[in-house]
Write a protein that binds this ligand. Structure first.
Ligand code: ADP
Length: 751
């Protein structure tokens, strides 16, 4: 009794009182036997009995009625701990008396295991149910679906009920029968299949991609298949998009007109696109076996190397470098290459380069540069041609203008007088044109000397208006000034400013047939700067918008070609604009065809200058008559190889001086040695033999001629010529053609 490892209680069958208990019972419940004998069954029961009182009574009654009962029970020991027991209760005759024999086995361990099993079953059920992956169990023999989880229903679009008891073939879930065949084959051969990528048709007919793994297992000794499938539709789509974009990128790179290549650190080509292949002339296979250095000429290798070093250091990444590249056929091309480091798996393994073939561009640029240089050269030639031409034309003008003037004063016949004055007029016009040409070439060769002084604009305008009044009256045009601001002053070259006014007023009168021409003087303040404004406003023929820009171009006129309606060189405005700009000014024109034009000039003006300070000095020319008063005539030597010039000077000066002439340097020196001259007029270009400068130098050495005025008379009229002459012993300078009065004044000044 005591050796049994279960607790044994012997109860009174009627009262339920414990009559006896074995050792194990005492150990299990913790009470002494004597104490146990005072307790009832209910005292040994836990409060958390999982059964009703009624069930318990029923078991006890049945046992008492000789029906052995076995049931689980929750017991409680002396210390209040409860534990699971299995109670075996039966009626038994013990020592002649009918008793209730209760054998109690501690089943806590078993109960715990059972509970764990239930829990784990629940866990698996839950996992099966809630797995986002599709899980389905099919029988191996007939393929019928036994169970599917929610994941399956979600992915495939069927409800559990629609699937169970059917096969995948019946449901027609396989898009490619090939996939199912592979599944069956692998399961049969290996009992398992991993990561089968397959496409499935959903209930609604749409297709979904899945990654399926399946295994065979036994359940109740029947073979089943457990399949787990993950929806990889999004991954597939992303993969396809990536593939597509990769293809696109590849094709872009491949067909890019620029060469794209990848090289490793040794320069070995890793990849080249079509453009590289085409422009280098090697095949792709050849190139992939070559290094960049094989197509770069020796002298560029160091450059390339340095550039790559810079790129690794992250310097000047945006800057392209220009290199020569040698094609397979030996021809050179020039390429502009931009390179960046090339990464593979996060590591720089070389460089990726984009090469643009700029051979043509370079060639064009070179051609353009040559063309530009040529144009500049031509322009220089033009300037020098203009200078030379004007020189060559000036000399004969001396004769024409000079003799016309003399004849005019000597002739009595009115008709003849008129003819000579027409010769003078034509000569003057020619002279003016020459001056314009010369001005232009001076400006263009930067040989125009500016003598900037503060001038009061109004004074100049008033004087010019007076000068042109005659022409205006002849054309019946009202020429007037409008002085809005009388005190405006600016820093200008007097002569050039007069020329500008002449030009604009002349044009205004020339291109106006009726109405008026107004010259307006004003001052404007723009952003702290003050500007002198001079407007020449006419009511003339106007200029159409399309012609507005050409009028400032040299030799351009609105009316050109055979139908030309107005005389002129087309140089006036060109020179005007250039001289205005030289003096920091600007010119603009607003015009309406048929209504008139306004030429507006602006110069920076000088503020706060009192009018008195800026009054112009006048240089009244000396009256010829004052010279006539001299009672004896000094001797003048005129050296010139042009007979007309000699004659003109002789006649011009005969009233004032005794003029001797000679035609070359040698004879001049001879004459000087023999005679005393008050002054010498020296032409510079004397044809063959000594020129005027050399002759003057020699004359200076002659006793008594150290300080004698030697005046250059020349058609070389460019800046620098004058300095050259003066530094070579010549006293002064007069350019051809000149007026009689000018030369008289000059002689008077020096003698
Ligand atoms: P030119 O008067 O000798 O032809 P310019 O350079 O002075 O040369 O002028 C260029 C052209 O601009 C003229 O031929 C004429 O067509 C046009 N032009 C100049 N001034 C005026 C004006 N005030 N009104 C209309 N047209 C003008």
């Amino acid at each position: 009794f005591d050796s049994i490892n279960d607790a044994i209680f012997i109860h009174d069958i009627n009262t339920g009182e414990i009559i006896d208990a074995n050792k194990k019972a005492i150990e299990m419940y913790g009470y002494e036997l004597s104490k146990l004998q005072t307790l009832k069954i209910s005292d040994l029961s836990s409060n958390e009995i999982p059964y009703t009182q009624k069930e318990a009574l029923n078991w006890i009654n049945n046992a008492a009625m000789n029906k052995p009962q076995i049931f689980p029970w929750k017991a409680k020991d002396k210390y209040g701990n409860s534990f699971w027991v299995e109670v075996n209760m039966r009626k038994a005759e013990i020592i002649g008396k009918m008793r209730l024999l209760v054998v109690v086995r501690d089943i806590t361990e078993r109960k715990l295991m059972e509970e764990a099993l239930i829990k784990s079953e629940e866990l698996f059920k839950k996992a099966f149910k809630t797995s986002p992956d599709s899980i389905n169990i099919n029988r191996l023999d007939n393929g019928l679906y036994i169970d599917v989880n929610d994941g399956f229903c979600k992915i495939m679009g069927y409800s559990r009920e629609e699937v169970i008891g059917k096969t995948s073939l019946e449901l027609n879930v396989w898009v490619n029968p090939e996939d199912r065949r592979k599944l069956v084959k692998d399961l049969n051969e290996n009992g398992v299949i991993n990561n089968l990528e397959a496409k499935f048709k959903r209930k609604d007919g749409s297709v979904v991609s899945g990654l399926m793994s399946a295994i065979i297992f036994d359940l109740d000794s029947v073979r089943h298949i457990l399949s787990i499938t993950r929806n990889i539709e999004e991954i597939i789509q992303a993969r396809e998009a990536l593939k597509e974009s990769e293809q696109k990128y590849r094709s872009l790179v491949q067909h890019n007109p620029d060469g794209i290549f990848i090289i490793d650190f040794n320069g070995k080509f890793i990849s080249v696109n079509e453009a590289v292949i085409n422009s280098l002339g090697y095949t792709e296979i050849e190139l992939l076996d070559m290094s960049l250095w094989e197509v770069v000429p020796e002298k560029y290798r160091a450059l390339h190397g340095n550039r790559f070093k810079e790129i690794l250091e992250g310097k000047n990444l945006d800057e392209p470098a220009e290199y020569e590249i040698i094609r397979k056929n030996g021809n050179k091309i020039i390429a502009e290459i931009r390179s960046v480091p090339y990464y593979k798996e996060g590591k720089i393994i070389g460089f990726q380069g984009i090469a643009t073939d700029i051979t043509e561009k370079k060639k064009n640029l070179d051609e353009l540069l040559t063309a530009k240089e040529k144009a500049e050269e031509m322009n220089k030639l033009k300037s020098s041609f203009l200078a030379n031409m004007s020189h060559e034309l000036r000399t004969p003008l001396v004769g024409i203008l000079g003799f016309a003037e003399i004849l005019n004063s000597e002739l009595d016949n009115i008709e003849h007088k008129e003819m000579t004055s027409k010769i003078s007029q034509s000569g003057n016009r020619l002279h003016q044109t020459l001056n314009q040409l010369l001005d232009l070439s001076r400006i263009e060769s930067n040989k125009l000397e500016l003598k900037m002084t503060e001038i009061k604009i109004e004074d100049f305008v008033t004087e010019r208006i007076k000068l042109y009044q005659g022409i205006a009256i002849k054309k019946n045009i009202l020429l007037k000034e409008k002085i809005v601001k009388p005190e405006v002053t600016a820093l200008l070259d007097e002569k050039l400013f007069n020329q500008i006014l002449d030009n604009l007023i002349n044009n205004a009168l020339k291109y106006t047939n009726e109405g008026e021409v107004t010259v307006e003087v004003n001052e404007e303040f723009i952003e702290d700067n003050s500007w002198a404004i001079i407007k020449v406003i006419d009511t003339g023929i106007g200029i159409s918008p399309k012609d507005i820009d050409i009028i400032f171009e040299e030799f351009r006129q609105v009316s050109e070609g055979l139908g030309r309606q107005y005389e002129g060189t087309g140089l006036g405005l060109t020179i005007t604009k250039k001289t205005i700009e030289l003096m920091n000014g600007k010119i603009e024109v607003i015009s309406k065809l048929g209504l008139g034009s306004t030429f507006k000039i602006i110069f920076p003006s000088i503020i706060n200058v009192s009018s008195g300070k800026n009054a112009r000095k006048n240089h009244p020319s000396e009256n010829i008559n004052s010279l006539l008063k001299k009672d004896y005539k000094q001797k003048i030597l005129f050296v010139d190889n042009d007979k007309f010039s000699r004659d003109f000077i002789k006649i011009s000066l005969k009233n004032f001086y005794e003029v001797e002439v000679t035609e070359n340097g040698e004879s001049a020196i001879q004459k000087v040695n023999e005679s005393i001259y008050a002054a010498i007029l020296m032409d510079i270009g004397l044809g063959s033999g000594m020129n005027g400068i050399e002759t003057a130098k020699e004359i200076r050495k002659i006793n008594g001629y150290e300080t004698t005025p030697i005046i250059a008379v020349t058609a070389f009229a460019m800046k620098g010529d004058k300095e050259k002459m003066l530094s070579n012993g010549l006293t002064d300078y007069i350019s051809k053609p000149f007026m009689r009065q000018e030369i008289i004044n000059l002689l008077k000044k020096h003698i």
